[in-house]
Ligand binder design. Structure first.
Ligand SMILES: C[S@@+](CC[C@H](N)C(=O)[O-])C[C@H]1O[C@@H](n2cnc3c(N)ncnc32)[C@H](O)[C@@H]1O
Ligand code: SF4
Length: 353
């Protein structure tokens, strides 16, 4: 029997695919190809903004042109891309186009994996292999977990392997996972299990299906990890990715990569990969600029924007009394902000001065 030890986030594994390895470094861009999907998994985490809509995103950035995609990959210094959705294969031509574009722009070494809940035919897999797809992860619905050997997923996995695509199965960790593990073992492929997570959109369905939150501070569903422990015994190549791990490690590392590439001289990068800077907002901006000049604040420590000045937080702290006295009559606001490291990134904290 395989032995396993959990790390501090509750994850454990006996095998990590190359796609997972890069994801753990925060080096995988997430390419959401379309929000369209023919399945209706009760645990589907897609938001209303994406579900059922034919929209494309690179990480959180809407993709309207190739430049949007390439710019996002450049910003985070991506070493690879995970193609997801919705169901990416509903837009197969788009998927093939993006695989070719990414390989042509960043080299053959740019690692690309794809998620699908379908069992594509050989011809589709041939096209994907020709375009350069490195890894594919199948997500069969829970209703077929007990009869996978007789399902089209068996031939899809075999065809993918024969065509030189690294193949695996990726499912949420639910009852019956050990049957999928036995199937993965027979097929000689890896199995990724995701700790079942509550999201804004699936909470009601998860509660209805008998799940509850593991704790007040986590999105994980209680009991999900137990099914992975059973699966681990049935397959040599298993990875259980905990909800905490996704938040604590993957996202933080991706933010750190983006922050390193986008931070201005005066942005402080936090351990979480968020940025902290000061803002002089509204009011008499001309006077604000004058005060900064008179105070001999170096030009690289602030940036003048439409209706506001962004500035090193420590400079703003030093000058806040003077700025308040001079600018308050024109209703200027001073604050320090912490936000996710992209344009209009989510504000984590805002401290008025
Ligand atoms: C979000 S889906 C995206 C691609 C595609 N729609 C699919 O389901 O395969 C990627 C993986 O997320 C996992 N997943 C889906 N809903 C989940 C949930 N509520 N909690 C944890 N993992 C989930 C599934 O294992 C799936 O393979
Ligand atoms: S296959 Fe993926 S996108 Fe489609 S319903 Fe299931 S979880 Fe949602």
């Amino acid at each position: 029997m395989e032995k396993f030890t959990k790390d501090e986030t509750g994850s454990f594994c006996s095998y990590l695919s190359e796609g997972c390895r890069l994801c753990q470094q925060g080096a995988k861009m997430v390419l959401f190809v379309t929000g369209l999907c023919p399945k209706s998994c009760f645990y589907c985490p897609l938001s209303d903004e994406r579900r059922g809509k034919d929209l494309t995103f690179a990480n959180e950035r809407p993709v309207k042109s190739d430049e949007d995609l390439l710019r996002e990959a450049g910003l985070m210094d991506a070493l690879g891309t995970g193609i997801t959705g919705g169901e990416p294969l509903l837009k197969i031509e788009r998927v093939l186009y993006y695989i070719r574009l990414l390989k042509a722009s960043f080299g053959e070494g740019h690692h690309i994996h794809l998620y699908t809940s379908l069992a594509p035919d050989r011809e589709t897999l041939e096209k994907l292999a020709e375009a350069g797809l490195d890894e594919i992860r199948f997500h069969p619905p829970q209703s077929v977990w007990g009869k996978l050997m007789d399902s089209p997923y068996a031939s899809a996995l075999q065809n993918a392997k024969d065509l030189g695509i690294v193949a695996g199965i990726e499912i949420p960790s639910l009852e019956g996972a050990e049957k999928v593990a036995a199937f993965a073992e027979k097929m000689g492929v890896f199995l990724n299990l995701n700790e079942l997570e509550f999201s804004d959109n699936n909470s009601e369905a998860l509660l209805k299906n008998g799940f509850s939150l593991e704790s007040d501070t986590s999105c994980a569903a209680a009991g999900s990890s137990t099914h992975s422990e059973n699966a681990f015994r049935a397959c040599k190549r298993v990875h259980f990715c905990s909800s905490t791990y996704k938040d604590a490690v993957q996202l933080r590392k991706r933010f750190q990569r983006i922050a390193k590439n986008t931070a201005r001289e005066f942005d402080e990068i936090t351990e979480d990969g968020t940025l902290i800077y000061g803002v002089i907002d509204g009011g008499d901006q001309g006077l604000a600029e004058e005060i900064l000049k008179e105070s001999e604040v170096p030009g690289e420590l602030f940036e003048v924007k439409e209706g506001k000045i962004e500035i090193a937080w420590w400079v703003l702290e030093d000058l806040k009394d003077m700025l308040k006295e001079e600018l308050e009559p024109s209703s200027t606001k001073l604050f320090i902000i912490e936000r996710h490291p992209f344009e209009d990134g989510l504000v984590v904290e805002l401290i008025p001065l």
